[in-house]
Design a protein around this ligand. Sequence first.
Ligand SMILES: [Fe+2]
Length: 307
Amino acid sequence: MALHRLTQIVMGVPNVEQTAAYYAEFGLTHGENGTFATVDGGEQLRIVPAASRRLVRLGVGADDPDDLDRVAASLAALGVPAERTAAGVRAVDPGTEVTVQVEIAPRIQQEPTPAPGYNGPGVTARAGERAPGILREQPVRPRKLGHVVFGSTDQQASQDFFHKGLGFKVSDTVPGLAAFMRCSTDHHNVLVQQAPVAYLHHTSWQVDDVDEVGRGASAMLAADPGRHVWGLGRHHVGSNFFWYLRDPAGNFSEYYSDLDCIIDDALWQPGVWEGARGLYSWGPPPPPSFLAPDDLAALMTGAHSAR
Ligand SMILES: [Fe+2]
C-alpha cells in the first residue's frame, strides 16, 4: 500500500554512555542493547559506538511486499544499488551517507489525545480550574520519533533518493538548499539540506502540546543549561512549536508539537521558501550554531582523514 512511518534510527556516537544517559533523561525509555523507546512508536532509537557522531541507519516502515518491490524498482531506475531481502530493501544515499532500510512494519496507532482547553476572548474552555499544563508533574515522554534532518553534500541527489527512489512526498522546498519530505501524514519525516559534509543535524520527537515542549526543555536545561540550542519558537514551514537541545555527542534533539498534517495529498499545496522566512514564524533568532553546528569543521576533517 504505502510507506507510513519512521521505524528506528541507529545513531553512532563516540561517547555512548553519556549520550545514552542524555536520551533517557530526554524521556525515552532505555531498553536492551542500547535501544530507546517512545510511548507510541516502540524502540525508535539505538545508540552504537562510532568514531564520530553520525546517523548509521534510518528505518522506514512500509505496509507490504508490494511496497518493497516498488522501492527496489524505483531505486534501480535511479541507478542506486539496493539490496532486496525478504524483510526489506536497503540502500545508501551517498549525499547523506545514510543507510536506509525500508521494512514491513505495523503502523503507529496513536490514541486521540484531547487538546487542552484554552481560554480566550469570548471563549471559556476551562472554567474554575487551573491550566492542565501547569499542574503536570510527570516527566515528559515523547510519543514518537517525528523526523530526522541531515546535511547532504548533494542535496538534489539526496532529494531524488528519498522522493523518486523511496517514494517520499515533497511537502515544501527551499530551492537549492532543502527539501521537507514525508513518508506519513506528518508534514515532514525527513529533511535534507545542503551542507559541506554529510552529517546528522537533528532528530525530532513528538510530545503532546506546547506545554510539554516547554516542560521537557526546561527540565533538560535545569540539569545542564549548556544544552540549550534554540527555542521556544514556532516554525513557519511545518508550523510546529519547537525547542532544540544538544546531546553530549553534538547532535541536536528537538521536542515538537502541533506539526502540520497532510491527510489528503490533493489538499496540500507545496510551498517554495526563501531564507530565514521559512525557518521560523516567531521565537528568538536562530543561533549561528543551529545553522552550522560548531563541530562541522571537525566532522569535515574527520570525513577527509577517513578517506
Ligand atoms: Fe525539526
